[in-house]
Design a binder for this molecule. Structure first.
Ligand code: IVH
Length: 721
């Protein structure tokens, strides 16, 4: 079972008692009592993690308890209990919820931290839309509720489905649970035929305190904060448990709608309120960044008196037509931003610095801290970024923390910015132990002993061991099975570690040969597995023998090829065969057409091209790739969105001055219609859109006989100005 990261977990009282008696020294009577005790602790921890979203111990402690349980069972097989934890892979209720594919993706918000970020946000929007500084541009401003987002689907006014956000594309079906929330109407009148209402589920402070008091009274687990309590309560397999937990819901957005709700954000929220949804009373309409910042200050002042947690203020462009023009980046809208409240800070001692080796070989220093509560969450790890950061320097060699370095034994100030890994803000030199020494960053990989090299201009030191380094190999595999890559249910980081250590999965292809090898491996007989879970695991693996191209590319873990780049590559080459052929051709001839085309793709810089070609040039990587492909049924060709648009699948180049919209907007619009936008003209270009002042690109297009359109003709083609 994968317990939550330690930074999110509570301290671990269960493992802090006196040293337990070794299994081999236990009498049968003591063993039976100990098995009963362990079943209680482990099963409760399992539920706390999986069902309540409130981990009560670290992974290591959990594993240690399970190992002890297994050792005692091995010695006294007859005493094995019916509820033995060794028979359970983890009571993952997540498996119990059906999955729901969101008709419109549920996105997150970009963050802003100060007034300058807000004026920048306003400036970016004006530039994108080509609006002058004094043109009117209204926003809405509303509290950012610290809960969890939920999408409610109504058809003919009836609530038919409720889904959590999940990974944004696919969430969990929590319809039965959502129906128990009083703020969520089961029927609405005067609604569009299809309406997805989105908002935040949260628990009020009063209800949170009362729930924790009830839990404590019954000897149940208490929650660290109202957000965890809300998440744990919504994600209950038994909806009756959800009903007994008082949850609230504020509506603030929408997904699929069969007809527009209004012309403005403000109007749409008013409409949702008329339909019977609770909307936040602190929402205002503001006429520019200064008014937004003023409203932020007002909300910040009221924060302590609100009966629910908020972690910032959200600003949204009010005009929905402008929202439509601004559109989205890969995971966040351009038309909204979250202005976060300053992070909470706490002082604690830095006990140790550990070095983790990532999948690209980067040596990442991690601070191990004496546990301290920051904003309701116990923190025991923080990132230290790289060796310069520890030494008190930024990426350009300029001092940070006025040049103060960080040493083991120091008192450090930690903070959490949003949901991300805790960071260190400062160090208290007055409390520095006299015998402390400056930290000396390792120059060899702590995992495999290879040289750890720092390239000039790079702030990161990397292990040069490549796939021979077990840490890199294991991290690559973890990435491969991750949620945004192959996403294999039942094969997470924990299982990869176990299979890798045993030498049973050392390459992606070996995941797919696991079932065939099970005649010898006999996974069903192992601790933590059973017939059912093994069958489920193989089914999940087999399901992924067909995989979309963009996921496949991302899963390979090539440096600098993140989700967006993988998608761009998939959208450009459409099939794996075409991409591989292009890469091979580019490796063979760096002066040739294939190379030029690769470099010409909008959004693919020279760094990505270099990494891709280095990856392909490496014989070992090609073997890994071929072995993997031999195991897969199909790498599905890229499925371009909006196939019915006249420009779907076409490669478009913009040149010259555009008048109706900015270059950024033109590009985003073309992409949303399924076109590929390239920066250079080649034989593969389908359309050149040439504004006034077009030069060499127009000439080349004419030579190649490529369709050339004026901006007006282009707009007519894609249907509208
Ligand atoms: S708007 C397309 N408004 O914050 C953007 N989100 O960090 C839709 N949240 O996932 C989100 N209060 O769970 C929006 N007033 C508010 C919000 C809000 C809380 C959450 C939401 C979202 C997360 C992004």
């Amino acid at each position: 079972m994968a317990q939550k990261s330690e930074s999110e977990a509570h301290p671990d009282p269960e493992t802090e008692g006196p040293t337990p008696v070794a299994p081999e020294s236990l009498s049968a009577e003591a063993a039976a009592a100990e098995l009963e005790r362990l079943a209680g602790i482990i099963n409760t921890a399992n539920d706390a993690y999986h069902q309540d979203d409130a981990p009560v111990m670290s992974d290591a402690s959990f594993d240690a308890l399970k190992a002890r349980n297994a050792a005692i069972e091995a010695r006294f097989p007859d005493l094995k209990r019916a509820d033995s934890p060794s028979e359970q892979v983890g009571a993952a209720p997540a498996e119990g919820f059906g999955k729901v594919r969101h008709a419109v993706r549920m996105l997150s918000l970009a963050n802003a931290f100060d007034a300058e970020d807000i004026t920048d946000f306003d400036g970016r929007i004006r530039r994108y839309l080509n609006l002058s500084e004094d043109a009117a541009l209204a926003y809405t401003s509303e509290p950012k509720i610290d809960g969890l987002s939920l999408s409610l689907r109504y058809e003919s006014g009836r609530l038919v489905q409720a889904a959590t956000r999940g990974d944004g594309s696919e969430g969990e079906n929590v319809t039965a649970n959502a129906r128990t929330i009083a703020d969520i109407p089961h029927h609405i009148s005067d609604a569009p035929e299809v309406l997805e209402v989105r908002g935040e589920v949260y628990m009020s402070h009063a209800d949170f305190e009362a729930l924790n008091a009830r839990q404590a009274e019954r000897g149940g687990k208490t929650f660290a904060n109202p957000r965890n309590a809300a998440a744990g309560s919504l994600r209950q397999l038994d909806a009756e448990i959800t009903r007994a937990r008082p949850l609230c819901f504020f509506a603030y957005a929408w997904g699929e709608v069969s007809e527009p709700l209004a012309d403005t954000q403000w109007g749409a929220i008013e409409r949702l309120a008329e339909m019977g949804f609770r909307t936040n009373p602190l929402t205002r309409r503001c006429d520019g960044p200064q008014a937004l910042i003023g409203h932020y200050a007002e909300i910040e002042q009221q924060r302590a008196t609100l009966d629910y947690d908020i972690d910032g203020v959200v600003y949204k462009v009010d005009d929905l037509a402008l929202q439509g023009r601004l559109g989205f980046r890969s995971t966040t809208p351009r038309w909204a931003i979250a202005h976060k409240f300053p992070a909470e800070l706490a002082w604690t001692r830095l006990d140790a610095i550990d070095i983790q080796v990532g999948r690209t070989g980067a040596l990442s220093p991690v601070a191990r801290l004496s546990p301290v509560t920051v904003g309701g969450v116990v923190v025991s790890n923080a990132t230290l970024h790289n060796e310069d950061y520890i030494a008190g320097l930024d990426n350009n060699g300029a001092p940070i923390r006025e040049g103060r370095d960080i040493r083991i034994g120091d008192w450090v100030q930690v903070y959490r910015a949003g949901d991300v890994i805790p960071k260190i803000k400062d160090v208290d030199l007055a409390r520095r132990p006299e015998d402390s020494a400056a930290y000396s960053f390792p120059e060899t990989c702590p995992e495999c002993g290879s040289d750890a090299i720092r390239e000039p201009g790079d702030s990161v030191r990397r292990c040069s061991g490549g796939m021979a380094c077990p840490a890199q190999a294991i991290e690559k595999l973890k990435h491969f099975v991750g949620r945004t890559a192959f996403d294999i249910d039942g094969l997470g980081a924990k299982q990869i570690e176990m299979f890798f250590t045993a030498g049973e999965i050392t390459s992606p292809a070996e995941i797919f040969t696991l079932e065939a090898r099970n005649v010898d491996l006999k996974l069903q007989e192992r601790d933590g597995f059973g017939e059912t879970s093994v069958a489920k695991l193989f089914a999940a693996i087999n399901e992924r023998r067909t995989i979309p191209l963009e996921r496949f590319l991302f899963a390979l873990g090539i440096r600098h090829v993140g989700q967006t780049t993988a998608r761009t590559l998939a959208a450009t080459y459409l099939t794996l065969d075409a991409l591989l052929a292009a890469l091979k051709a580019a490796v063979a001839d760096p002066e040739g057409e294939a190379y030029a085309e690769l470099e010409g793709i909008d959004g693919i810089g020279p760094t990505v091209v270099r990494e891709l070609l280095e990856f392909m040039a490496e014989a070992h990587n090609r073997t890994v790739l071929d072995d993997l492909l031999a195991q897969l049924r199909e790498v599905e060709p890229f499925d371009a969105p909006a196939q019915d648009s006249p420009v779907a699948g076409k490669t478009v180049v913009f040149t010259g001055t555009l008048e109706a919209m900015t270059r950024d907007e033109a590009k985003a619009r073309a992409e949303s219609l399924g076109a590929r936008v390239s920066g250079s003209v080649s034989k593969k270009t389908d359309i050149l859109v040439a504004g006034p002042g077009a030069g060499s690109k127009a000439k080349k297009a004419a030579e190649l006989g490529i369709t050339t359109l004026t901006e007006q003709e282009w707009l007519e083609l894609i249907g509208g100005g």
